[in-house]
Design a protein around this ligand. Structure first.
Ligand code: KIV
Length: 273
């Protein structure tokens, strides 16, 4: 195992992420939506836990991230916060709670911070949400941006395919990343864009860039935990590295349990009072 510059910090903050970016240490981020998983990720030494609105897909089985509510995000976030000591905890503002109305954006962000105890919020979009970003930041709440494939805009995009293949969209993403930087976001997620574009963006902003399907030339990486340990089975994009095949192991454990119960092998003498 390598040694890391910031391994021994008691608590990862947005300032620490900036220092990691400036000193070339990559930032490791994963999603979590519940207490037990968050505890394991924190114990493993992960830098950032994202309570993503991908909870809508992974936890609730919705096809898109759109249906999840602010109350549901606060429930997931507070479960995660209760488990975490070291990692920075960032929470997604769900669809419809910040776009087009900066006062509502501030109220939503304040509710997340107050009711869950999280460290920061994340939202999707560039210039079009800059007023909401300004208002949230003015209350002292750190904001992370999210550009490229923005799952909350799936009905506009019509597909989850790689973004910014056309110059016009690539130019807008570069401009938006610079706007997020200028407005004071502490970082930006770049989802499913060409690696060279992610490099161009990373070189043109002063804040950390966190990639998912955006290649290696970024300040850090994020994956959905359930995808990287193989709990989800159907989702296999090219960018996803599976570190485990937990679905196979869980199914094996459960079928063995069923068998043990049916054969009255479980519980045995030692497993009773
Ligand atoms: O909701 C989520 O999990 C995310 C990551 C994919 C970055 O936004």
């Amino acid at each position: 195992m390598s040694t890391y510059l910031y391994k021994d910090v008691n608590k990862v903050t947005t300032n620490i992420l900036q220092r990691m970016r400036d000193e070339g240490e990559k930032i490791a981020m994963l999603t979590a939506y519940d207490y037990s998983t968050a505890k394991l990720l924190d114990m493993a030494g992960l830098d950032v836990i994202l309570v993503g609105d991908s909870a809508a897909n992974v936890m609730a089985g919705y096809k898109t991230t759109l249906p999840i509510t602010l109350n549901e995000m606060i429930y997931h976030a507070s479960s995660v916060v209760r488990a975490v000591e070291r990692a920075l905890v960032i929470v997604d503002l769900p669809f419809g709670t910040y776009q087009g109305n900066s006062k509502e954006a501030l109220n939503s962000a304040v509710r997340i911070m107050k009711e869950s105890g999280a460290d920061a919020v994340k939202l999707e979009g560039g210039e079009e949400v800059s007023e909401s970003i300004d208002r949230i930041l003015s209350a002292g709440i750190p904001v992370m941006g999210h550009l490229g494939l923005m799952p909350q805009s799936i009905n506009k995009f019509g597909t989850y395919a790689v973004r910014a293949k056309e110059d016009k969209e690539a130019e807008k993403i570069v401009k938006d990343a610079q706007i997020l930087d200028r407005h004071g976001c502490f970082g930006v997620v770049l989802e499913k864009i060409p690696a060279l574009l992610a490099k161009e963006i990373t070189d043109s902003v002063s804040i950390p860039t966190i990639g998912i399907g955006a290649g290696p030339h970024v300040s850090g990486q994020v994956l959905v935990f359930h995808d990287m340990v193989g709990i989800t089975q159907q989702f296999s994009p090219r960018f996803l590295r599976r570190y485990h095949n937990l679905s196979e192991e869980i199914i094996k454990a459960v079928t063995t349990y069923i068998d043990d119960v049916k054969r009255v092998d479980f519980p045995n003498e030692k497993e009773q009072y």
